[in-house]
Design a binder for this molecule. Sequence first.
Ligand SMILES: Cc1ncc(C[n+]2csc(CCOP(=O)(O)OP(=O)(O)O)c2C)c(N)n1
Ligand code: SF4
Ligand SMILES: [Mg+2]
Length: 291
Amino acid sequence: MNEHVKPVYLEEKLDEIRADGHLAYRSKSLPTWCPGCGYFAMQEGLTIALNRLGIRNEDAVVVSGIGCSSRFPFFVNTYGFHTLHGRTLPVATGVKTANDALTVVAIGGDGDGFAIGGGHIPHAARRNVDMTYMVFDNGIYGLTKGQTSPTTAVGFRSKTTPYANEDQPLHPLMMLLAYRASWVGQAYAGRPHHLADMMEQAIAHRGFSYLHILSPCVTFDKTDRTYANLNMQVQDLPDDHDPTDLMAAMAQAAAHEIPALGLFYREERPTLTDVMNDTAERARNAPAPAE
Ligand SMILES: Cc1ncc(C[n+]2csc(CCOP(=O)(O)OP(=O)(O)O)c2C)c(N)n1
Ligand code: SF4
Ligand SMILES: [Mg+2]
């Protein structure tokens, strides 16, 4: 055997994987995603992030809409809420408002978030609801078998655009920055270690954190957002990017057709619960001002 090659033994590797405890965040249900779907990396990433942050299973709630991505609550060992198509954020806001001690992670696809659910995003962001919203962006409606979505690239041929998509895709990162999300970052299913780090940072942030995750749909997109293409297209944000500078974040988001991976923007400001508690305190101490 080559003396420079260190053998990896399956049993040792399995012991290593079991040792850190993140498998306790997987549910007993095996994912129903197609083999090779990017969403497996999200399952691994979220279980690693929750474990590293020491969040107890019973203190976490994963809320989703409808879509392949939105099946997520079934596959993690936390509380979960599989809601209606596009209604992820209002339900997640209700959960957080009812019990501020919970760690709330809202999950959905590009269709669930930016088509039918698009009207909810600015309000959760501007109110700074203390939750993490992760959009798994495969640029397609996966569950319903391959229609164009609001993030489908121009030129992509799908069942609904057999002569190629002509609609300009939305730019989720620019939108979330303009909506004043207090934490905005991007990750990629093909970079699982970075993805887990970004999930950990996003959940640790106090306020509305938005993590956009590029993810191939290996079944219905064989030409555009494939691992082979994304592996060539993705790059990291420059080391000198200042995530406290909103204009710099916007410039970086606009700089490339596939924006870079990393933390674009972060700010600290009162959350929705802070504001509600403050209003309640004021109401207790003084009558409402006369009209
Ligand atoms: C009110 C309503 N409209 C339409 C649908 C059909 N539908 C289910 S999932 C989906 C889109 C899923 O796409 P996306 O959110 O990108 O998730 P993915 O499957 O790609 O992960 C649609 C249109 C529905 N379930 N409910
Ligand atoms: S259809 Fe696409 S998005 Fe849905 S599980 Fe399969 S590969 Fe993943
Ligand atoms: Mg999708």
